[in-house]
Design a protein around this ligand. Structure first.
Ligand SMILES: C[S@@+](CC[C@H](N)C(=O)[O-])C[C@H]1O[C@@H](n2cnc3c(N)ncnc32)[C@H](O)[C@@H]1O
Length: 220
């Protein structure tokens, strides 16, 4: 793999996504990456370093689509699985996270898959102006709603990122804080549907059912 993974104790795993089989690298232990200074600054923890069940579900949904030419942004990309699948299905993809190391893994995993994925450091609370001017067709994210503060931050961000009529797909393991994203957007006229998806990926405390939220921006 690449220099950006140097110094990490790696797990390399094969991941089946629809008709695709991808080989991805991730750190062996997210816990070992906890940084006291990061936590003191803004309570961030290195959840990016695991591949969460929601990412498997979102990747499978994207694999089933033809995304030729679509401008796609992944938020909180972690090691990048959905972004890579979207790129392999023809999208023009930007993978973002607020951890530089996550972006290094996303780039390395994309390279190993032969996928073209651009990366960018983005904090949902302070998105760069040129990013919000890019008018994405599709914004995707997996397991982003695990803290109460995340829903309102994303509810502020999605309207800035998407073109009128654009779509967001958020895979979520039924976190209690999901309404922090959904309620402000539906009140503002966004369309919303929720699909329950059973998965057979590694189980965590959230169980085998993931909610796939499809949000559609007004206009367009
Ligand atoms: C639970 S992890 C999910 C990672 C990946 N999407 C997956 O499902 O495997 C949540 C991700 O959101 C990112 N994240 C959390 N808060 C963020 C913020 N304010 N700005 C940007 N990224 C953030 C984390 O760094 C992490 O990569």
């Amino acid at each position: 793999m690449t220099d950006s993974l140097a110094g990490f104790d790696l797990v390399i795993q094969e991941v089946a996504v629809g008709a695709l089989t991808l080989t991805v690298a991730r750190p062996r232990s997210a816990e070992d990456l906890i940084d006291e200074d990061d936590y003191a600054r803004d309570e961030r923890l290195p959840y990016w370093a695991e591949l969460w069940p929601s990412a498997h579900v979102l990747a499978a949904v994207l694999e089933a689509r033809d995304l030729t030419g679509a401008r796609v942004v992944e938020l909180g990309c972690g090691i990048g699985l959905p972004a890579i699948v979207a790129a392999l299905r023809g999208a023009d993809v930007l993978a973002t996270d607020w951890y530089d190391d996550a972006l290094g893994f996303a780039r390395a995993n994309a390279g190993a898959a032969g996928a073209r994925v651009a990366t960018r450091l983005v904090d949902w609370n302070a998105p760069p102006a040129d990013l919000t001017a890019a008018a994405a067709d599709l914004v995707v994210g997996a397991d982003l709603l695990y803290e109460e503060r995340n829903g309102p931050a994303l509810a502020g961000l999605l309207p800035l990122l998407l073109r009128p009529g654009g779509e967001a797909l958020i895979a979520d393991p039924r976190r209690p804080h999901a309404d922090g994203l959904l309620l402000p957007l539906t009140a503002a006229g966004w369309g919303h549907t929720r699909t329950e998806v059973r998965h057979s990926a590694r189980q965590d405390e959230s169980g085998p059912v993931i909610h796939l939220h499809r949000l559609v921006a007004p206009g367009g």
